[in-house]
Design a binder for this molecule. Structure first.
Ligand code: 5CA
Length: 158
């Protein structure tokens, strides 16, 4: 583990400023399970960034706890319109990042963002920072401030 060196991760570090530290791992942090294993944190503390496409074509970023599955019907209810999963090109076009590295900041244009209510109860969380082996740590309050996201009930019920 070392400070960020990849160009995209350094760009995320610039967006975040000196109050945050983007870390790069030798191991993959591409999935929530990978990231939790590399960091040594609970999978629930990984903030998964999932991009959906609204019926009107606009992107929506849902940031969910690593142990939750996103319930598309609940997301659609919040948005007031149906959604579908984004493909890799749509994700890159609207976030500037590849799947597995989608950071909650630094998108080419602002994206409506929903924050999984379950993340708010945790002392600290980790999110991707631009590449599939870069992450950074924040509190849930910091995630809210960084994204301007709306706290919502988006998780599939068990
Ligand atoms: N770096 C880790 C955690 S810090 C990370 O980015 N995890 S993630 O969960 O936010 O991003 C991977 C997510 O991308 C997966 O949860 C999955 O929902 C989504 N995904 C994976 N493959 C595809 C695909 N082919 N098309 C659309 N979404 C995908």
């Amino acid at each position: 583990m070392k400070p960020a060196t990849a160009k995209t991760a350094l760009r995320v570090q610039d967006h975040l400023g000196p109050g945050y530290r983007v870390l790069e791992f030798e191991e993959s942090t591409r999935s929530a399970a990978d990231a939790a294993a590399a960091i040594g944190c609970p999978v629930a503390a990984i903030a998964k960034s999932l991009v959906f496409r609204q019926a009107d074509g606009a992107p929506v970023l849902v940031i969910a706890s690593g142990t939750n599955r996103v319930d598309e019907a609940r997301v659609a209810a919040v948005l007031g319109q149906p959604i579908g999963r984004a493909d890799a090109d749509f994700v890159r076009e609207h976030t500037g990042y590849a799947i597995g590295g989608v950071a909650p900041v630094g998108h080419p244009a602002p994206i409506r963002t929903l924050l999984d209510r379950d993340l708010l109860a945790l002392p600290e969380i980790w999110a991707a920072a631009g590449t599939p082996n870069a992450v950074f740590r924040m509190t849930p309050a910091q995630l809210e401030a960084l994204t301007g996201g709306e706290v919502a009930d988006v998780a599939k019920l068990p």
